[in-house]
Design a protein around this ligand. Sequence first.
Ligand code: NAG
Length: 154
Amino acid sequence: MSFKHFITFLLIAAMAIPQTKAQLGFLTALLPSVTNIQGTVFCTSKDNLPLKALSNPLFPNAEVQLVCGEKEFSKATTNDGGNFSMMMDPLLLDLSSLLNGCNLVVATPLCNCNTNLPSSGTLISTLNFVGINRVATQTIAKIIPSGFHYVPST
Ligand SMILES: *[C@@H]1O[C@H](CO)[C@@H](O)[C@H](O)[C@H]1NC(C)=O
């Protein structure tokens, strides 16, 4: 579900249920308590769309930065499974700015996971909105990379 579809869905849902509850639900959904950006980095310079990436080797210990404009907003390091997770305060950066103005940039060169791969250039991905989950008292907006691709340095 894209972010636009999600908002449309919310509007329709809000019209279908009684007013006060609808307004509360709407606000909670638009202002999640946490935004979680999570994904997997693969050790490859080929484009890795999430679905066809499974056969690629993983990239552990890679520094993944959230870059918006020229500014680094957050960073995380991948674990042994190439996975990373960044918890963001939605008040610091709302979903729409995040999805429209930010990229995930892998700062660690590819040669760190495979010496045959380049020591310059970076893996970059835009962001995709997946949905909002409620976990206990928190509402968590989940965002994943749309797929990393290798950009050579110029
Ligand atoms: C990494 O993430 C994938 C997909 O969510 C999961 O299947 C795998 O178990 C995770 N591995 C580690 C080591 O966290």
